[in-house]
Design a binder for this molecule. Structure first.
Ligand code: PLP
Length: 416
C-alpha cells in the first residue's frame, strides 16, 4: 500500500473526501518527535491535533495508564474511586474561585454539547451566541454553534444558534466586540460560547477589555458565559486557562459560568473532556435532575491520564515555560513576515502562533509538501491562509528554533 491510498482502508478519515485521502502512518515517537513509516521522524510543531502537549512516548503518562489498568479498568458512571475525585479537584483548583463541580465527557465536542444542555436547563432559554470565527466541535449542537466551514455541511442545526462577526484578523489586533449589542437586540439568549483565544480559526486574540464587556453584558441580559478552553486550556497560551489573560470590569480575574475542556486535558493519552461548573449553576442541580450522562462517563483510564497530565503541567510549570518561550516564537513569526511579502501578518500568545499567508497566491499543496520535506508538522488552514504553530509545551529553546527554521524555509520556498 502506498502512502496515498488511505481512502481504500476499511475506516473513514475525518473531515475529508475519502478518495485520495492521505493518512499519517504513525508508529510511535519520543519527546517533540513522532515517527512515521513513510515520512520518517517528524518534528511535531502542532502537537498533532493540538492535544499532544506532553509530546510523544511520555514515560509518566504510559506508567499512569498501566497502573490504573491494574487497579480498576472498567467502571460505571456512578462509580466512586480515588482518581476521579483527584482529577476533579485538580481541575477545580485551576478554575476561578466559586467553581465547585465537574461533568466529565469523552472529548471537547460533548463537553460543549453538555454545557449547552446545562445552560438550557438552568436558564430555560435555548439561544446561544457565538462567533463565525470559531469551532466548538463536531456533534450536532456544537457544530451548529461553531462558525467555520464545517457548520453549513451539517445544517439544519439546533435552533437558536446566533453568530457574530466581531473578530477581524486583517486589522492585526482584533476588533471590539458586538456581543453586548447582539444580546440586547436578540433577547432571551441563554448562553454565550467563546474560545478565549480563537484556535484553529486563526489564533485571534481579543482586546484587553473584550471579555469584561462580554461578562457585563451576559450579566445584564441573563445569559451564561461559557469559555471553550478545549484548544487553548492547559498552558498553551502561557497561562493554565486562556481566559486568565483577561480581567473583568473590576480588574479581577474573569469568572465565566462554565469552562469546557478537552484535548490537552490528557495530553492526548486518554479520551476525555470536562465541563467545569460554577457553584451558582451547579447548585441548581441539587434539586433538579441533571439530564445528562454517558456510558463511558469518567472512564478510569481516561481519568488517570487526565490527573497525571495536570500533575506534570503543574510540577514542570509548563504554562510558565510556554509564557517564557512566547517571545521567541513571536519573533520567529515576525521574522517570516518581515522577510516575505506574501506573509501578511502574524499573531502569537505563549506557545501558540500563526502567520497568515496571501492565500490568493500561495499554493498550500506545495507548502504542505515543502514542510513534509523538512520533516516538520504544523497546522495549515488554507481557507484562511493560516499556518498555525502549537508545539508540545515541553519543547526546548533549541527545538523551537529548529522547528521555526524549518517552517520559515518551507514558507520561503513556496513564496519565492
Ligand atoms: C475550541 C474547540 N472546541 C471543541 C473542539 C472539539 O473537540 P473534540 O474534537 O475533542 O470533540 C475542538 C476541536 O478541535 C476545538 O478546537
Amino acid at each position: 500500500m502506498t502512502a496515498r491510498d488511505g481512502g481504500e482502508l476499511p475506516y473513514f478519515f475525518t473531515w475529508s473526501k475519502q478518495r485520495g485521502v492521505r493518512g499519517l502512518r504513525m508508529t510511535g515517537g519520543e519527546g517533540v518527535y513522532f515517527d512515521t513509516e513513510d515520512q520518517g521522524r517528524m518534528l511535531d510543531m502542532g502537537s498533532l491535533t493540538y492535544q499532544a502537549a506532553l509530546g510523544h512516548g511520555h514515560r509518566r503518562m504510559i506508567d499512569a495508564i498501566c497502573a490504573q489498568a491494574q487497579r480498576l479498568c472498567v467502571s460505571t458512571p456512578s462509580a466512586v474511586y480515588p482518581e476521579k475525585r483527584a482529577l476533579a479537584e485538580l481541575l477545580l483548583a485551576h478554575a476561578p474561585e466559586g467553581f465547585t463541580k465537574v461533568f466529565f465527557t469523552l472529548g471537547g465536542s460533548d463537553a460543549n454539547e453538555n454545557a449547552l444542555k446545562i445552560a438550557r436547563m438552568v436558564t430555560g432559554r435555548y439561544k446561544v451566541v457565538s462567533r463565525y470565527r470559531s469551532y466548538h466541535g463536531a456533534t450536532l449542537g456544537a457544530v451548529s454553534v461553531g462558525g467555520d466551514w464545517r457548520r453549513p455541511l451539517a445544517e439544519p442545526g439546533i435552533p437558536g444558534a446566533v453568530h457574530v462577526l466581531d473578530l477581524d484578523a486583517a486589522s492585526g489586533r482584533e476588533g471590539k466586540t458586538d456581543i453586548p449589542r447582539v444580546l440586547e437586540l436578540e433577547g432571551n439568549v441563554g448562553a454565550v460560547m467563546l474560545e478565549p483565544v480563537v484556535g484553529h480559526n486563526g489564533v485571534l486574540i481579543p482586546d484587553a477589555d473584550y471579555y469584561a464587556r462580554v461578562r457585563t453584558a451576559c450579566d445584564a441580559h441573563g445569559a451564561l458565559m461559557i469559555a471553550d478552553e478545549v484548544l487553548v486550556g492547559f498552558g498553551r497560551t502561557g497561562r493554565f486557562f486562556g481566559l486568565e489573560h483577561w480581567k473583568d470590569a473590576a480588574g479581577e480575574r474573569l469568572v465565566p459560568d462554565m469552562i469546557t475542556c478537552g484535548k490537552a486535558i490528557t495530553a492526548g493519552y486518554g479520551t476525555l473532556g470536562a465541563v467545569l461548573v460554577h457553584e451558582r449553576i451547579a447548585n441548581y442541580f441539587d434539586d433538579h435532575v441533571l439530564a445528562a450522562g454517558l456510558t463511558h462517563y469518567a472512564h478510569p483510564l481516561a481519568i488517570a491520564t487526565g490527573a497525571e497530565a495536570i500533575r506534570i503541567y503543574d510540577e514542570e510549570r509548563l504554562p510558565e515555560h510556554a509564557a517564557a518561550l512566547g517571545p521567541q516564537l513571536a519573533s520567529a513569526l515576525e521574522a517570516i513576515v518581515d522577510a516575505q511579502p506574501k506573509a501578511l501578518r502574524h499573531r502569537a500568545i505563549g506557545l501558540f502562533g500563526c502567520v497568515d499567508l496571501d492565500r490568493r497566491v500561495v499554493d498550500f499543496g506545495r507548502l504542505a509538501a515543502a514542510l513534509e520535506a523538512r520533516h516538520v508538522f504544523v497546522h495549515l488552514n488554507p481557507s484562511l491562509g493560516s499556518v498555525i504553530v502549537s508545539p508540545p509545551l515541553l519543547i526546548t529553546e533549541d527545538e523551537l528554533r529548529d522547528g521555526m527554521n524549518r517552517v520559515a524555509e518551507a514558507i520561503d520556498e513556496v513564496c519565492a
